[in-house]
Design a protein around this ligand. Sequence first.
Ligand code: ZN
Length: 267
Amino acid sequence: MTPDLLGIALGEHQTLFTVVAGLFGLLIGSFLNVCIVRWPALESVVRPRSRCPQCQLLIAWYDNIPVVSWLALRARCRRCGLPIPWRYPAVELATGLIWLGAAWLLGPSLEMLRAAMFFTILLGIAMTDAREYIIPDEFSLGGTVLGFGFAFAGGAVSWPQALLGALVGYGLLWVVAILGEKAFGQEAMGGGDIKMMAMLGAFLGWQGVLLTLFLGALLGTIIFLPLKLAGREKLVPFGIFLALGGAATYLFGGSLLAWYQVTMLGG
Ligand SMILES: [Zn+2]
C-alpha cells in the first residue's frame, strides 16, 4: 500500500521548498496542456512551437507564462483576439497545486516526486478522456514504466507489488471488457481504460488497484447513471472515474482498507 497521508504527522514546513515545487508544478502544467492537446492527435509535444490556431501568431515566451499570461491577455490572443479557453490556466493551476501539495505533505523525497508525477498523469488522463474519450498511451503505458521505475528506485510500493498491481489491473479489466462485449454485444470498455489500469497498478499495488476500480465504478455509477438514464450521455469517459478513484486510493487507501478490515472482517 501507499503511505497514508492522513497518518503522516506534519513536520516542520519547508516553506521555500514547497513554494519552488509549486512554481515548478505550474511549468509542468503548462507542458501538460501541450500533451493534452497533441498526444490524442498523435502529434509531437516538442515541435512545432505553439501558435494561435486562428491567426498563426507564434506564442512568445512572455505570453506563455503559466496563469499570469492568460490573466494579462484577458483570455485572448494578443493579435486576433481569439479566446483562450480557461482550461489552460486551470490545468496549470491544478498541476501547481499538486506539486505544492506533494512538497508540503511529503517534503523533499522520492515519494514526493512519485506522488506529484502520479497525480499529474491522472489529471492529464482525466482531461483527454473528458475532451475526446481518449487515454493516450504516453500517459497509460508511459505511466506504467514510470511506476515501475519508482518501484525499482525504492518507492513506497515495492517492485513485486508494482508488477503484480499492473498485471492484476490490466488482466482484471481485460476480462471485464471481454465479458461486457459478450453480454452487451458492443465494446463496453476501451483499450485505453485497460492500459490505464496497468499504470494504476504499477503505482498503487494490487490492493490499491482493486480499491481504485471499486471506487471508480462506484463514482461512475453515482454520477453517470442519472445522465445515462436521461439519455443525455452516450459514452462513459470511465478514465475520469478511474483517475478520481486512483487519487482517493493514494490519499485514503490505507485508512479505507484498515476500516474495511475492522468493520467487515472483524479485525
Ligand atoms: Zn490569434
